[in-house]
Design a protein around this ligand. Structure first.
Ligand code: FES
Length: 110
């Protein structure tokens, strides 16, 4: 699979998540308060909840249902009840646009 254009950088609001579905894969795209853009799996690993409906705080995205916070850097839950990570996708900025390849996840060891 190849990368797909998701949106313009300007379309992303700071500290807000945007849900996109690429190749059938739901992804939460987030611009954090530092201006960095992240992409993690949009489905909470605790339940079938869209993480992009939750809350962005620093470099975490919090599930609104039961409060697990997922790292935007590693995909790992930083608080219970979720304990399985979500995938982290490679984000490419090309000009003014955001691109993601849904088949390309980051190897996160931290
Ligand atoms: S469904 Fe996300 S923490 Fe429970």
């Amino acid at each position: 699979m190849t990368r797909e254009r998701v949106c313009a950088v300007a379309d992303l609001e700071t500290d807000t998540a945007k849900r996109v579905v690429l190749g059938g894969v739901p992804i939460a795209v987030v611009k954090d308060s530092a201006g960095d853009i992240h992409a993690i799996g949009d489905t909470c690993t605790h339940g079938d909840i869209s993480l992009s409906e939750g809350f962005v705080e620093d470099d975490t995205l919090e599930c609104w249902a039961h409060g697990s916070q997922f790292s935007l850097l590693t995909g790992k839950p930083l608080s219970l009840p979720a304990y399985e990570p979500v995938p982290v996708f490679v984000v490419e900025i090309d000009g003014d646009d955001v691109y993601i390849d849904p088949s390309q996840t980051k190897e996160v060891t931290a």
